[in-house]
Design a protein around this ligand. Structure first.
Ligand code: IPM
Ligand code: MG
Length: 368
């Protein structure tokens, strides 16, 4: 049987640096566990624009459709701010999400014990936190038409459209209910049904899918603004949160800070099953390209490493190996290994990106 295939798109800024540490772990699986991946690499974002004048070439798009899973680093940087909107680095990522139809974006926010002191929130609020935000990723205001900047009378008007079909809401709701069944069986759906028709429909459809197909799962609804407040107040009340593309973008950044650092959060973007039964999938850290620290060795590779662990779990059903990677990360944190973003007020000497990767590999060795 062919080896599982991976396409690595490290992207811009700290993307290549954090991805280098994932490559060490892929190498470790080959050398120590006899698990081989067929790895190919390509460009996305600003680096693709520099090389080809587009943030994603058709060839790379086609490759992404072929492989079992895509691993992405990050896209964007100030150098590209001047580019036309249509070729900005982010368009490459959004094209991948849209054309691969990756409608279900899982963003876990888990607070490792060793980091409970690092959150800007009180320790007892975040210690032991383990929630997942399921963000709809291929529709809503990110993609709705009409959109653009138009001239109306003697001024310009900027337009984006929030648009959701029933089937788009239903499929992401199902993925949230399925996930909840494997966890603590609770889903909270967030929208703004008090001001948006798309929110009213969202709430109705989520409730219908629940009543017909998942009555065993505990379902609640919240307005997204109140949800943001509750996420800060007492995040442990949640298990799975399902929400739309834009609210999910905001709420997941906020949830990231509950865990101590944005450098800790992985994500999986999943679509429909391919012929081989694996879901179309792209894995990426929630953090961005952090151009301010790119090239300094300060980046935390953990979010990217944990994204690879999600690939092991969701694309390759290698549950034990996924857990092995997660435990290795937990161990290095418990041992006090810290990148710069994880330095508490008491200070200390941070390790570099690559030292953190080496420590994780050493912890993997110790797990054998
Ligand atoms: C994210 C990012 C992206 C988004 C950007 C880079 C297009 O913020 O994945 O959360 O807005 O979805
Ligand atoms: Mg975001």
């Amino acid at each position: 049987m062919a080896n599982p295939s991976l396409l690595i798109l490290a992207g811009d800024g700290i993307g290549p640096e954090v991805m280098a540490e994932v490559k060490k772990i892929i190498g470790w699986f080959d050398a120590k566990r006899g698990i081989k991946f067929d790895v190919s690499e390509g460009l996305v974002g600003g680096c693709s624009y520099d090389a080809h004048g587009t943030p994603l070439t058709d060839e790379t798009m086609a490759q992404a459709q072929e492989v079992d899973a895509v691993l992405l680093g990050a896209v964007g940087g100030p150098k590209y701010d001047v580019l036309d909107f249509s070729v900005k680095p982010e368009r490459g990522l959004l094209r991948l999400r849209k054309e691969m139809d990756l409608f279900s974006n899982l963003r876990p926010a888990q607070c490792f014990d060793a980091l409970a002191d690092f959150s800007s929130l009180k320790k007892d609020v975040v210690a032991g936190l383990d929630i997942v935000i399921v963000r709809e990723l291929t529709s809503g205001v990110y993609f709705g038409e009409p959109r653009g900047i138009f001239v109306e009378g003697n001024e310009r008007v900027g337009i984006n459209t929030q648009r959701y079909t029933e089937s788009e809401i239903a499929r992401v709701a199902r993925s949230a209910f399925e996930l909840a069944r494997k966890r603590n069986n609770k889903v909270c759906s967030m929208e703004k049904a008090n001001v948006m028709e798309s929110g009213i429909l969202w709430r109705e459809v989520v409730q219908e899918i629940h009543d017909k197909e998942y009555p065993d799962v505990q379902l609640s609804h919240m307005y997204a603004d109140a949800g943001a407040m509750q996420l800060c107040r007492w995040p442990k009340q949640f298990d799975v949160i399902v929400t739309d593309n834009l609210f999910g973008d905001l709420l997941s950044d906020m949830a990231a800070m509950l865990t101590g650092s944005l450098g800790m959060l992985p994500s999986a973007s999943l679509g429909l099953p391919m012929e081989n039964g694996r879901p179309k999938a792209l894995y990426e850290p929630v953090h961005g390209s952090a151009p301010d620290i790119a090239g300094t060795g300060k980046a935390n590779p953990i979010a990217c490493v944990l994204s690879f662990a999600m690939a092991l779990r969701y694309s390759f059903s290698m549950l034990d190996e996924a857990t092995r990677v997660e435990k290795a990360v937990e161990k290095v944190l418990a041992d006090g290994v810290r990148t710069a973003d994880l330095m508490g007020p008491e200070g200390g000497v941070p390790v570099s990106t690559s030292q953190m990767g080496d420590a994780i590999v050493a912890a993997l060795d110790a797990s054998l």
